[in-house]
Design a protein around this ligand. Structure first.
Ligand code: CP
Length: 302
């Protein structure tokens, strides 16, 4: 068994291989392969999409899934996340799907558990959400011929967004032409590469885009809430129908969720013809099925 912590563990052909496996799973061409595997969803932060789609993915592959709600667990009595995981391993859990607010905690738990079980990163800290990036790439592939001629614009609070870092990593592995990061200066991350361009003007940042990814303001990860002036952010950065006209006519609109409607995105864009936001949620199940197969089947993507 093996862990899946960071997209950087894959090269381009491995990432394509996983995306292809997700496509086969979506087409119904793969037999369930995790029959009776004990899987634990261990979320130390709230989640709707990631937790539910991992649970559905595991069940569709025949696994037995338990969900640990950290608010109802012995974490509340002072137990560490590592001790919780070690106790679950002692009870027979083989696959751990973990979300944690600390950047390195999923890796720390994987190190403590060892290689006879698998750990999957379901989002940690502000830097990594690799299964989200996988489903985002899968969704883009469903609408665009190739990555190498795409301009992808990410708009919103990128400084506190684990999705930004993982999406940028995946887009770079796949050789995307250009990445536009669009945000007020205080919410821009430190990401530099020849094809990464930063904009504090949304009109410039959306110009000629093929893919737009909107992100919410992640105030739960901010040191102080006053970092952002909401009315000003809405006025200058909200994704509206008028602003969408600046992108290519066949541009797709994405959002990892949860959305804050009326803040980073209007209802008409979120529910509009160019939105693929619910397709992302649907595709998440197949991508997470592929990841679950990857961690138990060493023949995949090596
Ligand atoms: N995109 C995402 O991670 O959503 P959840 O927090 O609901 O899992």
């Amino acid at each position: 068994m093996r862990h899946f912590i960071d997209l950087k563990q894959w090269d381009k052909s491995q990432l394509h291989h996983l995306l292809q496996l997700a496509q086969e799973l979506k087409s119904g061409n793969v037999e369930p392969s995790l029959a009776h595997y004990p899987v634990a969803n261990l979320f130390f932060e709230p989640s709707t999409r990631t937790r539910c789609s991992f649970e559905l993915a595991a069940k569709q592959l025949g696994a037995e899934v338990i969900n640990i709600d950290s608010h109802l667990s012995s974490i509340q009595k002072g137990e560490t996340a590592i001790d919780t995981a070690l106790n679950l391993k002692a009870m027979g859990i083989k696959i751990f799907i973990i979300r944690h607010k600390q950047n390195d905690m999923v890796q720390q738990i994987a190190d403590a558990l060892g290689n006879d079980v698998a750990v999957i990163n379901a989002g940690c800290g502000t830097k990594q959400h690799p299964s989200q990036a996988l489903l985002d790439m899968f969704t883009i592939m469903g609408h665009k011929q190739q990555f190498t001629n795409l301009t992808v614009s990410i708009v919103g609070d990128m400084l506190h967004s684990r999705v930004t870092y993982s999406d940028v990593t995946a887009l770079q592995i796949l050789g995307v032409k250009q990445i536009n990061l669009v945000a007020p200066k205080q919410l821009l991350p430190e990401l530099t590469a020849k094809n990464i361009h930063c904009f504090d003007n949304i009109n410039q940042g959306l110009d000629n885009s093929d893919v737009i990814i909107a992100l919410r303001i992640q105030k739960e990860r901010m040191d102080h809430e006053n970092l952002i002036d909401y009315p000003e952010f809405i006025q200058r950065y909200q994704l509206t129908n008028d602003r969408l006209q600046l992108a290519k006519p066949d541009a797709i609109v994405m959002h990892p969720g949860p959305m804050n409607r009326g803040v980073e995105i209007t209802d008409s864009v979120a529910d509009g013809k160019q939105s693929v936001i619910l397709q992302q949620a649907a595709n998440g199940v197949f991508c997470r099925m592929a990841l679950l197969q990857y961690v138990v089947d060493a023949s995949i993507a090596i």
